[in-house]
Design a binder for this molecule. Structure first.
Ligand SMILES: Nc1nc2c(c(=O)[nH]1)N[C@H]1C(S)=C(S)[C@@H](COP(=O)(O)OP(=O)(O)OC[C@H]3O[C@@H](n4cnc5c(=O)[nH]c(N)nc54)[C@H](O)[C@@H]3O)O[C@H]1N2
Ligand SMILES: Nc1nc2c(c(=O)[nH]1)N[C@H]1C(S)=C(S)[C@@H](COP(=O)(O)OP(=O)(O)OC[C@H]3O[C@@H](n4cnc5c(=O)[nH]c(N)nc54)[C@H](O)[C@@H]3O)O[C@H]1N2
Ligand code: SF4
Ligand SMILES: [Mo]
Length: 679
C-alpha cells in the first residue's frame, strides 16, 4: 500500500494565503485542494494553486546553486556557494562598510519573505532593507498612519456603500489588505446582495466595474483631485459627521479653507469625470451610512500616492465611517514577535529625500548605484523578487544592477534578474518548508501554519537555514535567534505562547480577542495629537505640507506621445511568475495592449494586430485587443512579462522613474505617455 497522507497548509502564491490540503503519496504531491476550514477561502481553489503540482515538479526548477563564469552559469555545491558569498560579503564589509549591502525581497506574499534576510542584514550592519514596497501597500499604509495612525480594512458585512477605489478584487482576489472574510472572491458580491451600493473608480472598466451599481472612469493618477472635490461638496453641503469632527479631529477649519475652491468643476477637467457626477458621488458616499472605501494598489503606483490616500482617509474620517460597524475598521492582528534587530546605524539610501519611508526605496537604490551618492552600494541579495522587471524604467534598473560588484539571487526559477547574478541559489517551494501566516478577522487575529508537505526538490534549501549558515560564516551565527524555518516559526509565535508543535496539532488558530469598534474612545488615535489629523502640523518638520493636495501627473499627452498608458495585472499569474506553467499560459498566452475602438480605428489597428508601443523610455511589441474597457486616449498594457523564455515584452521598458512621490519615492508605473504604432 502506498503511504498516503493529507497535509494541511497555506498557499504562498499570493497575499491571500488560502488554506490548502495537499495529498501526498509516496513522498510526492498527488493533489492540491482548498481547505474548507480555512477562514480565507473556505475550500475554494484558484487557477494558480490548481497548477501547483506543475510548478513544484517543473523541470525548470532551480535544483542546485549556480555560479557565473565566463562560459555561463556552472553548477557549484552549497558549501562552495555559501563560502563564496560569505567571503565576498566579508571583504565588501571590510573595504567599503556594511551599508554597501542591500537586501531586496519581492512582494511580501508570505511572512518568510517579509522577514527573510532582515535579521541577517542588520547583524551585518546595513540599514538598506527594501522590496517593491514603494509600489505596493507601504505608501497607502504611510498615508493612513499620518491621518489616523494605522491602516484600516473595510468591514463589508454591515455596510451600505462600497467604493472600490483603484482595486480589482475579481482578479487580485484581494478585497482588503489582511482581512479574512470568507471566500474573498465573493465578499463584495455578498455585501451587494445584502443591499450595499457598489461604486468602482478605475481607468479600466474591469469585471467588478461591470458588476457595480456605478462605474466611474477616471484619468489615472488624478484621484486626489476627485477626493478633494468630494470633500469640497461634503463640507460645503454640511454632509460631514459634526460630532466626530468636533471631538476627534484636528485641523477642520484649515481643511475647510483648503478645499473651498476645489470644486467639482475644478476637478472635472483633471479627472475626466463630469462635475455633476463628482457631486453626486460625494453625496452618495457621505449619506449612505455606514460606507467603506477599499483603497487598492491602483492608487499606489502613482507619484502622488501618499497625498491621494491621505485624502481618502480624510473622507472616511469626516463622514463618520472610521472604526464603526460597516465602515473602515482597525482589525485585530496577531502580535507575533518582530525580528530582534536593533537599528544598525548608517545612512539608509533614500532617507534624506524620503525621511518617513520605513525602508530604502528601490528607486533610491537605483539612483545611488548610478550616481554613487551618497555612497555606492556594492552587493545585493535578492530573495523571492524580480527587481529588474517590476521597477519603472527597465533600462536604467539594468544599468544600475550591472554596477553591483556582487549580486546573489535566491529563487525557485531562473529569472531576468537572476541572469545578472554572480551566484544563484535554489529555494524550496512553499510546499517544501515550514512557515506561518497572520490574518485579521472579526473573530480576532488568526495564525495558520504553512507545513512542509514534501522533501525539498533537488538540493533546494529553505531561507532561514541558509541565512544562519551565512551568519555563522560571517561571525555572527552564535547570537542568531533561529537556525531553521522551524526555529523561526517558534521564535515568531513566542508572544502568543504557542510553538510550532502546538500549531501542528491545530494549524489554524484565533489568537486575539474579537474585533472591537470605536477603540479610539478608550485610547485615542495613534497620531502625534491622538486625534485624526486633517491638518498634520508635524509634517512641516520634514518639509511636507500639513494638508494633502493634488499634483498634476508629469506624464501628459503630447504630439509625439498622444496616449496615456497604464498597466493591468493578469489574474492567472502573479507579477512575473508562472508564465512557464502551460496550464496558466493557455489562458493568457501573451501580453496584450487594450486599446479603445476610436484609437484603434484611427491607426488602422484591428483586434489581434501586432503593434508597437513607444514611450520616451523605450519600445515594446505586443498584441492589440480592441476593447471599450478602455477610454479613448488611453492604453492598458499587461504587466509581468519579460522573464527568460516567456517570449513577452516587459511593460516597465516604457515606464518612467523620474517622477517620484516625495514621501515614498513611488514611480508612476501606472501612468506614462506613449504612442501606438503598427509596423
Ligand atoms: N508597471 C507595473 N509595475 C509593477 C506592478 C504593476 O502593476 N505594474 N506591480 C507592482 C507590485 S504591486 C509589486 S508587489 C511588484 C512585484 O514585484 P516582485 O515581488 O519583485 O515580483 P515577482 O514577480 O512576484 O517576483 C517574485 C519572484 O519570487 C520567485 N518565487 C516564487 N516562489 C518562491 C519561493 O518559494 N522562494 C523563492 N526564493 N522565490 C520564489 C518567483 O519565481 C519570482 O521570480 O511589482 C510592481 N511593479
Ligand atoms: N492573481 C493575482 N493576484 C494578485 C497579484 C497578482 O499579480 N496576480 N498581485 C498581488 C499584489 S502584490 C497586489 S499589490 C494586489 C493588488 O490588488 P488590488 O489592490 O486589487 O490592485 P490591482 O488588482 O492591481 O487593481 C488595481 C486597479 O486599479 C486601477 N488603476 C490603475 N491606476 C489607477 C488610478 O490612478 N486610479 C484608480 N482609481 N484606479 C487605478 C487598475 O486599472 C486596476 O483595475 O494583488 C495581489 N494579488
Ligand atoms: S488566491 Fe492566492 S493564496 Fe489563494 S490559492 Fe490562489 S494563489 Fe494561492
Ligand atoms: Mo503588490
Amino acid at each position: 500500500m502506498p503511504a498516503q497522507r493529507v497535509v494541511e497548509t497555506v498557499c504562498g502564491y499570493c497575499h491571500l494565503n488560502c488554506g490548502l490540503e495537499v495529498l501526498v503519496k509516496d513522498g510526492t504531491i498527488d493533489k492540491v485542494r482548498g481547505n474548507k476550514n480555512h477562514p480565507v477561502n473556505r475550500g475554494a481553489l484558484c487557477r494558480k494553486a490548481s497548477a501547483a503540482k506543475q510548478m513544484v515538479y517543473s523541470n525548470e526548477r532551480l535544483t542546485h546553486p549556480l555560479a557565473r563564469t565566463s562560459g555561463g552559469f556552472k553548477r557549484i555545491s552549497w558549501e562552495e556557494a555559501l563560502d563564496r558569498i560569505a567571503d565576498k560579503l566579508a571583504s565588501i564589509r571590510d573595504q567599503h562598510g556594511p551599508e554597501s549591502l542591500v537586501r531586496y525581497s519581492g512582494a511580501p506574499v508570505t511572512e518568510e519573505n517579509r522577514d527573510a534576510f532582515i535579521q541577517f542584514l542588520a547583524s551585518y550592519g546595513s540599514p538598506n532593507y527594501g522590496n517593491p514596497g514603494h509600489l505596493c501597500s507601504v505608501p497607502r499604509r504611510l498615508a493612513l498612519k499620518l491621518v489616523y495612525g494605522a491602516r484600516t480594512d473595510p468591514d463589508y458585512a454591515d455596510t451600505k456603500c462600497i467604493i472600490v477605489w483603484g482595486s480589482n478584487p475579481t482578479e487580485s482576489m484581494r478585497p482588503a489588505e489582511t482581512t479574512a472574510y470568507g471566500r474573498t472572491d465573493r465578499v463584495i458580491q455578498a455585501a451587494q446582495k445584502a443591499g450595499a451600493r457598489l461604486i468602482v473608480i478605475d481607468p479600466r472598466r474591469t469585471e467588478i466595474a461591470d458588476a457595480a451599481d456605478e462605474y466611474v472612469r477616471i484619468n489615472p493618477g488624478t484621484d486626489a483631485a476627485l477626493g478633494l472635490a468630494m470633500l469640497n461638496v461634503i463640507l460645503e453641503e454640511g454632509l460631514y459627521d459634526t460630532d466626530f469632527v468636533d471631538k476627534w479631529t484636528l485641523g477642520f477649519p484649515q481643511l475647510r479653507e483648503h478645499v473651498r475652491g476645489l470644486t467639482p468643476e475644478w476637478a472635472a477637467g483633471k479627472t475626466g469625470i463630469g462635475a455633476d457626477r463628482i457631486a453626486s458621488l460625494a453625496r452618495t458616499y457621505a449619506s449612505a451610512k455606514p460606507a467603506v472605501i477599499r483603497e487598492g494598489n491602483g492608487l499606489d503606483q502613482h507619484a502622488n500616492v501618499v497625498d491621494t490616500v491621505r485624502i481618502t482617509g480624510i473622507l472616511t474620517a469626516v463622514t463618520g465611517n472610521l472604526d464603526v460597524p460597516g465602515g473602515n475598521v482597525f482589525f485585530p492582528m496577531p502580535p507575533v514577535a518582530r525580528c530582534p534587530v536593533s537599528d544598525p546605524g548608517g545612512v539608509r539610501l533614500g532617507s534624506e529625500r524620503h525621511p518617513l519611508f520605513p525602508m530604502a526605496p528601490f528607486p533610491s537604490v537605483v539612483d545611488s548605484l548610478i550616481t554613487g551618492e551618497p555612497y555606492l552600494p556594492r552587493a545585493m541579495i535578492v530573495y523571492h523578487g524580480n527587481p529588474l522587471l517590476v521597477n519603472a524604467n527597465e533600462a536604467r534598473v539594468r544599468r544600475a544592477l550591472e554596477r553591483l560588484e556582487f549580486l546573489v539571487v535566491y529563487d525557485i526559477f531562473m529569472t531576468a534578474t537572476a541572469e545578472l547574478a554572480d551566484i544563484v541559489l535554489p529555494d524550496t517551494s512553499d510546499f517544501e518548508r515550514y512557515g506561518y501566516q497572520s490574518y485579521s478577522s472579526r473573530e480576532g487575529g488568526i495564525v495558520a501554519l504553512r507545513q512542509k508537505a514534501i522533501d525539498p526538490v533537488g538540493e533546494s534549501r529553505p531561507v532561514f537555514e541558509v541565512e544562519h549558515e551565512l551568519a555563522k560564516r560571517l561571525g555572527f551565527g552564535d547570537a542568531y535567534p533561529w537556525a531553521s524555518n522551524e526555529g523561526w516559526v517558534d521564535f515568531k509565535m513566542k508572544p502568543l505562547g504557542i510553538t510550532l508543535e502546538d500549531l501542528k496539532r491545530q494549524p489554524i488558530r484565533v489568537v486575539t480577542p474579537p474585533l472591537e469598534y470605536r477603540k479610539y474612545m478608550k485610547k485615542g488615535f495613534d497620531t502625534p495629537s491622538g486625534k485624526v489629523e486633517l491638518f498634520a502640523g508635524d509634517l512641516r518638520k520634514f518639509g511636507y505640507e500639513p494638508i494633502p493636495s493634488h499634483r498634476e501627473p508629469a506624464a501628459q499627452p503630447s504630439p509625439e506621445f498622444p496616449l496615456i498608458g497604464t498597466t493591468r495585472r493578469p489574474g492567472v499569474f502573479v507579477h512575473t511568475r508562472f508564465r512557464n506553467l502551460s496550464r496558466l499560459r493557455e489562458i493568457e498566452p501573451e501580453p496584450v495592449v487594450r486599446v479603445s475602438p476610436a484609437d484603434a480605428g484611427a491607426r488602422g489597428i484591428r483586434d489581434g494586430s501586432r503593434v508597437h508601443v513607444r514611450s520616451p523610455r523605450g519600445r515594446i511589441e505586443v498584441k492589440a485587443t480592441v476593447s471599450d474597457e478602455v477610454g479613448p486616449g488611453f492604453l492598458v498594457i499587461d504587466f509581468g512579462w519579460g522573464n527568460p523564455g516567456d517570449g513577452g515584452a516587459n511593460v516597465n521598458v516604457l515606464t518612467n522613474d523620474d517622477e517620484r512621490d516625495p514621501y515614498s519615492s513611488t514611480t508612476p508605473n501606472r501612468r506614462f505617455a506613449c504612442q501606438l504604432e503598427v509596423e
